[in-house]
Design a protein around this ligand. Structure first.
Ligand SMILES: NC(=O)C1=CN([C@@H]2O[C@H](COP(=O)(O)OP(=O)(O)OC[C@H]3O[C@@H](n4cnc5c(N)ncnc54)[C@H](O)[C@@H]3O)[C@@H](O)[C@H]2O)[C@H](O)CC1
Ligand SMILES: [K+]
Length: 507
């Protein structure tokens, strides 16, 4: 499923109507009918409904809905916020059609009193005020009406295409916005459905096809199993551990050994043949006692001598197929040269996580080194803010933009974690991940994700598929590990959920 910007939606309308030749009124009738069907499937018996109608084509959908509800025996009050003489042609067509079925109240002429009493009495509110054509802050009287609608807690509110007051491209709210119980959006979901705070205003939502034709392929998709080849997780009866790669996890500074353990445990649950955890000299004994499957190495603080205790020596002598740098790594003197030295040597895909990202943030020219390995970084919003030398709030307000810009400027695949994790590729494409649960918002959850990505990279899965599969299944593991929306769980439970979730979405 693609995700479209308002510009792409306008291009979609224009292309469908002007090039393909499907009249706008056909699209509008289909759009309005789809919303009506969503209402009737929820309320099989006629109810009282208010249809709030704006002066654009979103309002045009509203006239179609008002007419169909009338034909279905509903008691409908159509309220137009604007001048009927100024309606665009397609909306005008359905305004005229509706008036064979019901009367129209025009807010500007009658003030708020009539509308307020209608709102108090209604059972269903249809928000056909503003859709993808909304600009800037809400203008009077729409701002007042939005406020009144949000005070009608008894009524069930459905938004047409997008809740009024939500910016479709940024998810930002223009002063205020309608809290919809349900949204029916046309052709493709909008960014607002996956960005803060817009995602909180759309309620449950569905996308309906109304016959529009895409002129060009959008650059944003919504993550889902069909984007990766599940056969990649299949295990032949003749398999042996060498077939499933060898992941090296580098991290585990004092007091943070659990981070590499969680990454290693996740990697094994995702099918990696071998996992080696590498920690600073002195930490290996306690780690060896804590793990069973993983091999444990240590490296000396000064890693420039190619003797057997150095990481460089081991990187050259062992056949790793992917490397994770960062879980519990900590900060240390000489970190910049240490990381640069590693990046110049490793040829297999490298995932930079946690403090490896923070080292990169303090030494961005490390990316100017001759790095053979494809890089993936998995920042949470705070780490993304450090990479960009901005604030976490700024990152959260522009998640899709910052992830895309950083991926394109650095050539890295960027996994910007959070609700609706965004995966951005160096070619400008993005994928929004719909799975997840607040239970994942805890220390260790990121280590599990980085181990999952490393696992499938180590097994030879392409970077794109490994990242999309890991992010989606990590989110699903969070969902599967809880039984209620408010419940929190331990990382152990998230790890335990990996097996069933992978099973469910693989063969
Ligand atoms: N995507 C499709 O295939 C179809 C979409 N349809 C619907 O069309 C709207 C988009 O219609 P558009 O006329 O471009 O914009 P809106 O109706 O959302 O709003 C424009 C309208 O509102 C006024 N306005 C703009 N900003 C504000 C503001 N901040 N405060 C108050 N008023 C504002 C502006 O002056 C215009 O009059 C899309 O969402 C779908 O619902 C088609 O119906 C079918 C095909
Ligand atoms: K709307």
């Amino acid at each position: 499923m693609y995700l479209c910007t308002t510009e792409e939606m306008r291009e979609l309308d224009r292309y469908t109507i002007e090039t393909i030749g499907i009249p706008g009124t056909v699209l509008m009738e289909r759009a309005g009918l789809a919303v009506t069907q969503a209402i009737l499937s929820r309320f099989p018996l006629p109810k009282r409904a208010i249809v709030l109608i704006g002066t654009g084509n979103n309002g045009g959908d509203g006239w179609v809905i008002a007419r169909h509800l009338c034909q279905s025996g509903w008691e409908v009050k159509a309220w137009l916020l604007g001048d009927p003489s100024k309606l665009p042609a397609d909306a005008r067509c359905f305004y005229d059609a509706y008036r064979h079925f019901g009367s129209v109240s025009v807010l500007s002429a009658q003030g708020m009193d009539g509308l307020e009493s209608d709102l108090e009495d209604t059972e269903v509110i249809v928000d056909a005020l503003l859709g993808t054509g909304a600009k800037d802050g809400l203008r009077f009287p729409i701002d007042q009406v939005v406020q009144k609608v949000n005070q009608c807690h008894r009524a069930w509110t459905i938004a047409v295409d997008l809740p009024t007051g939500v910016n479709a491209d940024t998810g930002k709210v223009m002063d205020q916005a309608i809290y919809a119980d349900y949204t029916v959006t046309f052709a493709y979901p909008k960014w607002a459905f996956y960005l803060y705070p817009g995602a909180d205003y759309v309620g449950d939502w569905d996308v309906v096809e109304i016959g529009t034709v895409l002129p060009v392929t959008p650059k944003v998709q919504v993550n889902r199993p069909s984007l990766w080849d599940k056969a990649l997780c299949h295990r032949s009866p003749w398999s042996h551990k060498g077939r499933f790669g060898h992941l090296l996890v580098i991290g585990g500074a004092d007091g943070m050994l659990g981070a590499v353990r969680m990454a290693g445990a996740a990697a094994y649950r995702c099918g990696t043949g071998k996992v080696t955890l590498t920690v600073p000299q002195g930490n290996e004994q306690s780690l060896k006692g804590a793990v069973m499957q993983e091999m444990v190495w240590s490296w000396s603080g000064d890693d420039y001598f190619a003797d057997e205790s150095s990481l460089s020596y081991r990187l050259r002598s062992e056949q790793f197929s992917a490397v994770v740098i960062g879980p519990g790594l900590g900060r240390f003197p000489g970190e910049e040269k240490w990381l640069g030295h590693l990046l110049e040597q490793i040829e297999h895909p490298v995932i930079l996580d946690a403090d490896a990202i923070n080292i990169l943030a303090d030494h961005p020219h490390l990316l100017d080194l001759k790095i053979a390995a494809p890089l993936i970084c998995t920042p949470h919003p705070g780490e993304m803010a450090r990479l960009l030398r901005t604030t976490t709030q700024d990152v959260e307000q522009r998640r899709n933009e910052v992830a895309r810009e950083y991926a394109m400027s650095t050539g890295m695949v960027v996994v910007l974690k959070g609700r609706f994790t965004i995966i951005a590729f160096p070619d400008g494409r993005q994928v929004v991940n719909p799975s997840g649960h607040p239970a994942l918002a805890k220390a260790g959850s990121g280590d599990v994700l980085t181990g999952m990505i490393g696992a499938w990279l180590a097994q030879g899965v392409s970077i794109e598929e490994a990242v999309l599969m890991a992010v989606y299944l990590h989110g699903k593991a969070g969902e599967h590990s809880v039984t209620s929306a408010e419940q929190s769980v331990s990382v152990d439970e998230i790890l335990a959920a990996l097996g069933p979730v992978i099973q469910q979405y693989s063969f």
